[in-house]
Design a protein around this ligand. Structure first.
Ligand code: ADE
Length: 227
């Protein structure tokens, strides 16, 4: 899979993709993440990418000319399965969308900034609009990083068997069970005996029960969609 991300502050995301699982996923060839600075596509001498909103009002708007140049250049190099605009008024990102997008070959993500982007970009270039929650961030960079992370960890080979994404919370609409590591006892707090018992079948059953109990207590809404 290849993920291209367009931003006016790509540096914000550089270190995020240069560490841990995301770094290893790229090094092992499972995914390629390419960050693009929108300013590189500006037709203005000063590399300006935004302008005042027609009709007045506070805030600058990212203009269509630069964005169109950037997207068209990338489209001339490969075709994209989705061109995604990160925006608080998009559809709410969840595990189901992460699963869907993880099956695609090439994704292009556009991060908004300032007061937004010219509406014509959304109408003519964007195929999907995604929000990571009902709050407004200063830009779409963190949102793009969140989505890319959730997608990349699902790609075959990125996680090893032990950390398999199949056991993540939400993967079957259940929250994940509690986990423990050494020491088995800390200041009188003991790890549940069953986890030390070595009975694999019992442990699987215990984890499932814990998942159900945790989901009932914290996110009963998820049980409506439990498969
Ligand atoms: N850009 C600003 N806020 C956002 C949000 N909540 N989700 C996605 N992109 C955004």
């Amino acid at each position: 899979m290849r993920i291209d991300i367009i931003s006016v502050v790509p540096k914000l995301m550089e270190s995020f993709f240069a560490h841990s699982i995301l770094k290893r996923g790229q090094e092992a060839g499972h995914v390629q993440v390419v960050l693009h600075d929108l300013r590189d596509y500006s037709i203005q001498k000063q590399k300006q990418v935004d302008d005042y909103a027609f009709g007045g009002g506070a805030g600058m708007v990212l203009g269509i000319e630069t964005i169109a140049r950037c997207i068209r250049q990338l489209q001339s190099e490969r075709s994209y399965d989705e061109i995604i605009y990160m925006t608080p008024d998009g559809e709410r990102f969840d595990q189901k969308i992460a699963n869907q997008l993880s099956l695609k070959g090439n994704l292009l993500m556009l991060c908004g900034h300032y007061k937004g982007i010219d509406e014509r970009v959304r109408e003519h270039f964007i195929t999907r609009e995604i929000s990571i929650g009902d709050y407004v961030l200063s830009g779409g960079e963190l949102a793009a990083a969140v989505c890319a992370d959730a997608i990349i960890r699902l790609l075959p080979g990125v996680l090893n068997d032990e950390t398999s994404a199949l056991t993540d919370s939400f993967q079957d609409n259940l929250l994940a069970p509690p986990v423990y590591t050494r020491p088995a006892e800390f200041e009188g707090m003991r790890v549940p005996d069953i986890l030390l018992s070595g009975h694999e079948a019992n442990i699987i059953e215990w984890r499932f029960e814990q998942s159900i109990a945790r989901t009932k207590a914290r996110r009963p809404d998820l049980l409506d969609n439990y498969q």
